[in-house]
Each structure stands twice: as C-alpha cells, then as structure tokens.
Write a protein that binds this ligand. Structure first.
Ligand SMILES: [Fe+2]
Ligand SMILES: [Fe+2]
Length: 335
C-alpha cells in the first residue's frame, strides 16, 4: 500500500495484488480445507513413541547419562532426525509468518490454525522418539533447539503469491525428508512414526498445491514468475540451524535428501501436475519464467552428476566431509 505522498513501488503493487489474490482464492480455501478435513486422520503422538525402551536420564531423576554408543541409528539418520526435528521446532515462527501473510480470520485463519495444530504433533512425537531411543545427545539437541528457535525464522518471500509457492514446495520437500529418513533408519518403530508424519505433510502439500493451481489460472504470468523465483532460490526453512551444512551433507551423501531427491521427487512432480512447462498464452514474464525453471532443472542435473562420486567416497568413509561448494539438496539449490 502506498503511503501518503509516495508513489507506489513495484514491491507495494506486488504485495497489494497478492493480497487481492488471497481474497479471490478464499472459496478454494474453503473447499480444499473441507477436503483436507475429510482426508486427515487424527492420530496420537504419544502412541508412536516406544516408551518401553526408555529409561531415566541423569539430572533430577539420577538416571543414566546419554553416551554415543547408546544410539543404534546410522550417523546420517541421526543428522536427518536432528534437522527434521529442529525444523519442526520453529513452528511458532511459521505460524506467525502464515498468520501475518494469510490472515487470522475467515477461511485463511481457519486453515492456518488447523495446520498449526497438526504440525505441533510432529515435533512432539519426534522428540519423544529420539529421547526414548537415546538416538542423539539430548543435551546438545536442547542447546541447539534454544539457539535455533531463539533466533526465530523469517520467510523472505516478497509477496503472498511467492509465499504460497514456497510452502507448496516446502511441504513436499518435508514429506520426502521425513519419509526417506524413516526408510533409512533401520527401525520399524521409527519408520512407522516418520511415515505417519510424512502422511500429514502430504496432505498439507495437496492443499497448497491445488490452491496454487487456482492461482495459476487466476494470474498465470505472475504465478509462473513467482514459482520460478521460488524454485531457483529454494532453501529449506531450517538452514540457519547450528551445523546445518555439515549435517545436510551427510544426509545428502546417504541419499536421504539430495539434489536428485529434490529434483525428481519434489520439483518435477509439482511442475507435472500443474503442467507449468506446457502452459501456453503466457506473456513475456511468464515465458521467461518457464525458461528460468527449465535452465535451473538442467543445472541441478549437471551439479548432481558432478557430486555423485564425491558422495560415494563419503559413504565409504562415513566421517569425512567434502570441501566447500558441495550441494546438499536442502539448502544449495542456487546451482
Ligand atoms: Fe511438519
Ligand atoms: Fe506440513
């Protein structure tokens, strides 16, 4: 919105157009939320935690301190679990961002609050699992949580359309991260929990994905442009956490989440469902955005190929890490 005496800037115009679009999408929000509520299955986080394997820790209960050999999970899975949990832990910041962008009232407000309530289960259940299984150092985990949540998270997307594109990609990326971590953990209890969380993320993704399909119809040039910006500059929301890069490299080297996963199981399926690359009738801005997306996918393939051998070496010597510049799939997509 332009202030009195100032000419509206491009940023102001984009924000105002985005806000209009959010209002225009409200009937779709109602419909997709009804669909979401019909599909979502309520579940109880405490029933997924293997309490029978737990024992007291040192501290007020004078139990057994944690030590590394107690964890039976592979190192890369431990890293993935810490990344996934600390990312879920920043839910208060995500709620603030969404509620500020989309609104706290009406259909958008109902969605934001419901989404927040569902997301809160993920951190609860994951932390319970990690503690019960003594999977990672609980003291370091808590120290990292304080640093990460204490720093907060700000979504830098310039307008509501970009924010909507971002959450669509992010929900699908998060589904893949949880599901692949579960498949790699070698523990049926852990796999069951992470599959359960991934099912939630899938429904969140479907809500945003099909809403974005409406945006592509309502404002095709702007929607493809926003999508290109998001795809070409994507980073997971947890990249600012302590030791993110080191952990994400091990996760990538283990194949849990790397550039191939991001390209083939996140970006391409979304682009296919929306038929973005075949959209016709776009103006110069939309056509340029299609070209940017195509070029980015090509660069991702070339970069993934370059680093494949490096990751093979890392897998054979678990502790070694590559030099600067190796992509992780979660935070280095500006390839
Ligand atoms: Fe989540
Ligand atoms: Fe989610």
């Amino acid at each position: 919105m332009a202030t009195k005496g100032n000419a509206p800037t491009d940023a102001h115009r984009s924000e105002a157009a985005g806000t209009d679009l959010l209002r225009q999408l409200e009937p779709a929000v109602v419909r997709l939320m009804d669909r979401h509520l019909a599909a979502a299955r309520d579940w109880l986080p405490h029933t997924y935690v293997p309490w029978s394997r737990a024992e007291d820790f040192d501290g007020p209960l004078r139990g057994t301190p944690w030590s590394p050999e107690q964890s039976t999970l592979p190192r890369a899975v431990q890293d993935a679990l810490v990344i996934n949990l600390l990312t879920e832990d920043n839910l208060p910041s995500y709620h603030f961002e969404l509620a500020t962008r989309m609104g706290r009232d009406g259909a958008w407000g109902a969605w934001v609050h419901r989404w927040t309530a569902e997301e809160a289960r993920h951190g609860d259940a994951l932390r319970g699992y990690l503690h019960a299984r003594r999977a990672v150092d609980p003291v370091a985990l808590e120290e990292d949580r304080m640093l990460h949540v204490g720093a907060g998270y700000t979504n830098e997307q310039p307008d509501p359309l970009h924010a909507l594109a971002y959450v669509t990609v992010q929900e699908l990326a998060t589904r893949e991260a949880h599901r692949n971590t579960g498949r790699s953990c070698g523990d049926p209890v852990g796999e069951q929990l992470m599959a359960r969380i991934a099912a939630d993320e899938n429904l969140h993704m479907l809500f945003y994905r099909d809403l974005y399909a409406e945006a592509l119809v309502a404002a095709p040039d702007e929607a493809v442009h926003a999508l290109a910006d998001v795809v070409c500059g994507f980073e997971m929301p947890g990249t600012a956490m302590p030791a993110f890069r080191t952990r994400a490299l091990r996760v990538a080297a283990a194949g849990i989440y790397d550039l191939d996963v991001h390209r083939e199981h996140v970006l391409r399926p979304l682009l296919r469902v929306w038929d973005v690359m075949s959209l016709t009738g776009l103006g110069p801005r939309g056509q340029r955005a299609q070209e940017r997306i195509a070029a980015h996918l090509d660069r991702m393939s070339a970069t993934a190929e370059r680093f494949r051998r490096l990751y093979q070496r890392m897998r054979s010597t678990e502790e070694s890490l590559p030099g600067a510049g190796a992509p992780t799939g979660q935070g280095d997509h500006r390839v």
